[in-house]
Design a protein around this ligand. Structure first.
Ligand code: DGL
Length: 287
């Protein structure tokens, strides 16, 4: 079992008596989900959050469906042990490859980013580009979701294998990153897209770089904004919205806590205190 001073002793009582006060579980392979966390802070300021980054096993985008499924099941199982009231998969790769399968396996509301992103995209344009991890692009999850909502639009997907490692290494402002971005965007600009979907939660961290390369008329769609809107609706529907002040966010990773804390400073604006979990013995220690 984990131990944490924040929840110790009262978590079971709180969850049982006032489930509204239980945290929302948010996870990603790394710092990508912080773009979803940012939106949660903005739109659901009363919610307590447990953020998990599976940094020991990133990038997810080059992994097989069987691997992603195993990781997602482990994370959801752990989230259940933390008594979360809902889970937001702040990861497109997990949402594309695992969401539909695990939804039926866990007695928890679980939200993914693809459908909210697809719905938002069709409201923005007719020539839609999607940048995503290799696994998400290969799954065609965005193409299918978008065309199911509106078969009259056109969709182009580009796999961007270098983005996640560059972002995790804090190389957002490196000129090399701009060159990589230029090569990924080139075929989409050639197709004269009017809308670009961030098909990976890491990519909004690259917004200034991407904006500088895209024609001004191209609209950017960040599914993070829209999954948080869905989350707000779902909480209200289930009577699970918290009206009390939230607990501080718990940040938990499977890899190096120092590295996550370092990236977190830039992306969150403060240094997060980061715990480590080892799923092999579910021990948690603090950094
Ligand atoms: N940020 C995740 C996504 O939205 C995972 C990226 C990765 O680890 O490759 O797909």
């Amino acid at each position: 079992m984990y131990s944490s001073s924040l929840f110790e002793g009262n978590l079971d009582d709180v969850s049982a008596q006032e489930p509204q006060r239980s945290p929302i579980g948010v996870f990603d392979s790394g710092v990508g989900g912080l773009t979803v966390l940012r939106q949660l802070y903005r739109h659901l300021p009363n919610e307590s959050i447990i953020y998990f980054g599976d940094t020991a096993r990133l990038p997810y985008g080059i992994r097989s469906q069987a691997e992603i499924l195993q990781y997602v099941r482990e994370i959801l199982h752990w989230m259940q042990q933390q008594r979360v009231k809902m889970v937001v998969m702040a990861c497109n790769t997990s949402s594309a490859l695992a969401l539909e399968i695990v939804r039926g396996e866990f007695d928890l509301p679980i939200l993914g980013v693809i459908l909210p992103g697809a719905k938002a995209a069709v409201q923005q344009g007719k020539r839609i580009g999607v940048i995503a991890t290799p696994a998400t692009a290969k799954s065609n999850a965005y193409r299918h979701a978008i065309l199911e909502i509106d078969p009259s639009v056109q969709v182009w997907q580009v796999s961007c294998p270098e983005f996640v490692p560059l972002i995790e290494q804090n190389r957002i402002n490196d000129p090399y990153t701009t060159e990589v971005a230029r090569s990924y965007l080139e075929p989409l600009i050639q197709q004269n897209i009017d809308t670009l979907v961030y098909g990976c939660t890491h990519y909004p961290h690259l917004a200034p770089v991407l904006r500088s390369l895209l024609p001004a008329h191209v609209k950017l769609v960040d599914p993070a904004v829209h999954v948080v809107a869905a989350c707000t609706q779902e909480l209200e529907l289930l009577g699970l919205s918290n009206t009390h002040p939230p607990l501080p966010t718990r940040f938990v990773v499977s890899g190096c806590p120092q590295q996550f804390a370092q990236s977190g400073v830039q992306l969150l604006g403060h240094t997060p205190m980061v715990e480590v979990v080892d799923f092999t013995d579910t021990a948690v220690s603090q950094f």
